[in-house]
Design a protein around this ligand. Sequence first.
Ligand code: HEC
Ligand code: HEC
Ligand code: HEC
Ligand code: HEC
Length: 152
Amino acid sequence: MRVSFQDAKHLISLVGLFAAAVGVFVILRAAVVPAGFGKYGHYRAGAIDDNRARAVKFAGQGECVYCHDAQLQVRDSGRHKTISCEACHGPQAKHVASDGKEKPAKPDVIPLCLNCHEKDAAKPAFLPQVVKADHYTGTTCSDCHQPHNPKM
Ligand code: HEC
Ligand code: HEC
Ligand code: HEC
Ligand code: HEC
């Protein structure tokens, strides 16, 4: 049988196209993958230093208690004892660093409370839940509930 290479030019152009695609991929990859990628794993090694350089925003509850023991005592006497100060008051590293001179913003009470307490079937059963439309009477939550120990 006579072997004909007459049709091989189709294959050759296909191989050429494939090689060109690989070439473009290699060039693009070199251009967009940041330096240090893969050094420690599937991420950019420099990201560790970038994150380390960011300012710390949360002080941690251990700091609050030095100056706010009264609020701590009230909170620990009720069912909010598991909720950390900054979960409600937001990050307060600046407040602590300024010895209390830089005042925290007042919590936006209704959305804060409802974020945890608005009825939602996806929330766990241990979390007491209310339907705002049935429960809330037009005043704000903290008119009736002391936020640090909300039991009525
Ligand atoms: C070094 C002492 C100190 C530390 C630590 C501290 N605070 Fe304060 N805090 C103060 C002072 C002083 C005030 C102002 C009190 C005033 O003016 O009546 C204040 C006021 C507040 C207020 C009330 C703001 C207002 O509008 O009345 C909140 C809320 C608060 N601090 C939360 C926190 C939280 C949360 C922490 C922990 C992350 C914390 N503080 C740590 C000293 C401190
Ligand atoms: C469940 C949310 C929540 C938690 C947890 C919480 N707070 Fe508060 N706190 C509030 C709200 C809301 C107010 C504002 C009340 C208002 O404006 O009527 C407040 C007010 C304050 C005030 C102003 C003075 C006062 O007593 O009203 C201070 C100081 C304070 N909180 C400190 C703390 C500290 C310290 C902790 C942690 C031990 C803490 N809070 C935990 C919600 C919370
Ligand atoms: C970060 C989530 C969170 C926020 C914000 C929060 N709570 Fe709670 N609250 C809880 C959890 C969790 C419990 C129940 C804890 C347990 O029983 O383990 C609870 C319990 C309660 C209870 C039942 C108290 C009792 O003794 O039976 C009331 C009432 C309540 N919260 C009202 C409020 C109000 C009002 C606010 C806003 C000032 C608020 N909560 C903000 C998580 C939250
Ligand atoms: C006019 C007063 C009043 C206001 C305002 C109010 N509550 Fe209450 N809340 C009560 C009383 C009274 C109870 C206890 C009786 C009950 O279980 O209905 C209660 C109970 C709760 C409970 C516990 C429910 C349970 O199943 O144990 C949660 C959570 C709660 N309130 C959240 C809120 C939130 C969030 C707001 C603001 C959107 C709010 N409340 C505003 C009076 C009030």
